[in-house]
Design a protein around this ligand. Structure first.
Ligand SMILES: Nc1ncnc2c1ncn2[C@@H]1O[C@H](COP(=O)(O)O)[C@@H](OP(=O)(O)O)[C@H]1O
Ligand SMILES: [Mg+2]
Length: 465
């Protein structure tokens, strides 16, 4: 949540030692702090209505040992250069990622329409019994192919949810054929999204190659992409909320996050409506050419202090960057009685009874907003909800692709994302978020976050988790 200079100085005493700080009126601080650790502070220079990034202080602990020093006024020129280089650093990655996610959403919408209109058997089970569809493999192949084409396959390393084993079996020939067709139909539209498609349609082996190329195991060094081709597959097959999530992780830290939410309603109250009702309403009041009723991509670049939303492109329109993008900010609500908390729909994915107890104990009065997928992160970033909590059963290991994109977007929108011990999520240890303390908590602001963390500590021992 943006803080003014004086409240930041009160909260973070070390700031006082840097007396040559920029004029407070020209300085805006974004802080994502927790009781126990601070993950990121971005200092921006607000001048002539333009916010330019000066410096990021990341990962410092309660002893206030900062990892990089604060810029001084006389160094402004230099710091603006830093801003430019930071902006330049991930701009191509962000641009390609947003376009690829727009395409992936277009693909998913087509497949989901098909699911809704035909009640045929298109849902398959993975070894862990979780559902997977043509869309999961097709998005993975499409995004993998687009990233490799844009950056060169040697430079692209991807961690993603799906593998090709079940798709390569003899009995899956029909499914594989459907995936190849879906991928080619989507890639044929690439120029509309400002990307280049293949000169001739991809063959089966190329599609399988693109899927299986996503075999990186992540880790603490270098760059890799984390992709969840269809997050919330259950929501997807039910015609409800789902997301396409892509993030670039560098040296263990997500630096770019993009979430495509094809069914995200522009009116926040529709998030809690049943999806069938929403579909009827959409038919009764179709969007005008100037507005969109649902479907967006949210994105952010680490350290920019900004997160953005743009609509999905409609019909046969072309994506013209930045495609009516506008900034999003977390909600300013700090009073739990006014706050909305969101959580997974499936009680098998998070304990509804434990979160209900936490919500009650901190004074949250509203009913929980139960939404599939990383759309919950989007809801916090956009200010449509204030708290997200997830407490999986003991033994379940959270995967990086389910959280990385959402974490960077919420943090840049001004919010806080940590585990239930108040520590930043660790994306540097492979495909799982290792060392996660009990659960995940994302909040619009530090005050709400601290209250929830305290409530977890107070009630954990008596819980059955
Ligand atoms: N037993 C479990 N506990 C917690 N999370 C689980 C789970 N089984 C699956 N998930 C994760 O929860 C995600 C769905 O999130 P949500 O419950 O918030 O809608 C799934 O993403 P996929 O649908 O991409 O597999 C999966 O990664
Ligand atoms: Mg997922």
């Amino acid at each position: 949540m943006p803080l003014n200079c004086s409240s930041l100085v009160t909260q973070f005493p070390f700031i006082q030692t840097t007396r040559r700080l920029l004029n407070p009126h020209h300085v805006k601080f974004h802080s994502s702090s927790s009781l126990f650790s601070f993950q990121h502070i971005t200092i921006c220079n607000q001048y002539k209505n333009k916010t330019s990034h000066l410096v990021s202080l990341s990962k410092f602990d309660t002893n206030y040992s900062v990892s990089s020093s604060i810029m001084e006024e006389e160094e402004q020129h230099e710091s603006l250069t830093l801003d430019k280089s930071l902006e330049a650093k991930y701009s191509k990655e962000l641009d390609v990622a947003v376009r690829a996610v727009q395409m992936a959403c277009f693909l998913c919408q087509k497949v989901q329409e098909n699911f809704i209109s035909k009640s045929n058997n298109q849902v398959h089970s993975k070894d862990d019994n979780s559902p997977v569809t043509v869309a999961d493999w097709s998005v993975q192949a499409t995004v993998s192919w687009l990233l490799s084409e844009s950056f060169g396959s040697k430079n692209v390393s991807i961690v993603a949810e799906e593998d090709v084993q079940s798709l390569s079996k003899a009995e899956a020939a029909g499914l594989l054929e459907a995936v190849v067709k879906t991928v080619n139909n989507c890639l044929a539209e690439a120029p509309r999204f400002g990307l280049q498609g293949p000169l001739i349609p991809l063959g089966t082996s190329e599609v399988l190659e693109a899927i299986s190329r996503c075999n990186s195991n992540g880790g603490p060094k270098g760059r890799f992409w984390a992709l969840d081709p269809v997050d919330g597959t259950l929501g997807f097959v039910r015609g409800d909320q789902y997301a396409v999530a892509l993030s670039l992780i560098e040296n263990g830290e997500p630096v770019v996050g993009v979430i495509g939410c094809p069914n995200y309603p522009m009116r926040k109250e529709w998030l809690s409506y049943h999806h069938r009702y929403h579909r009827i309403i959409s038919k009764l009041t179709p969007p005008t050419s100037e507005s969109w009723d649902k479907g967006c991509v949210m994105y952010a670049r680490r350290g920019s202090g900004e997160a953005w939303i743009q609509p999905l492109i409609q019909g046969n329109k072309k994506l013209v960057w930045p495609n009516s993008a506008r900034p999003v900010n977390v909600s300013s609500i700090e009073n739990p009685a006014l706050a909305t908390f969101c959580e997974p729909v499936e009680r098998s994915n998070s304990s509804h009874s434990f979160t209900a107890g936490l919500a009650h104990s901190v004074g949250v009065r509203k009913q929980p907003l139960r939404v599939y997928s990383m759309v919950k992160y989007a809801a916090i970033a956009r200010g449509d909800a204030e708290i997200f909590m997830k407490f999986a059963r003991s033994g379940y290991k959270e995967k990086i692709w389910d959280h990385a994109a959402g974490a960077v977007i919420i943090e840049e929108a001004g919010g806080v994302v940590t585990d239930a011990g108040g520590r930043p999520l660790d994306f540097s240890r492979g495909i799982y978020i290792e060392g996660l303390d009990r659960g995940i908590i994302a909040c619009a602001g530090a005050k709400l976050h601290e209250k929830i963390i305290r409530a977890v500590d107070a009630s954990w021992d008596s819980s059955s988790l």
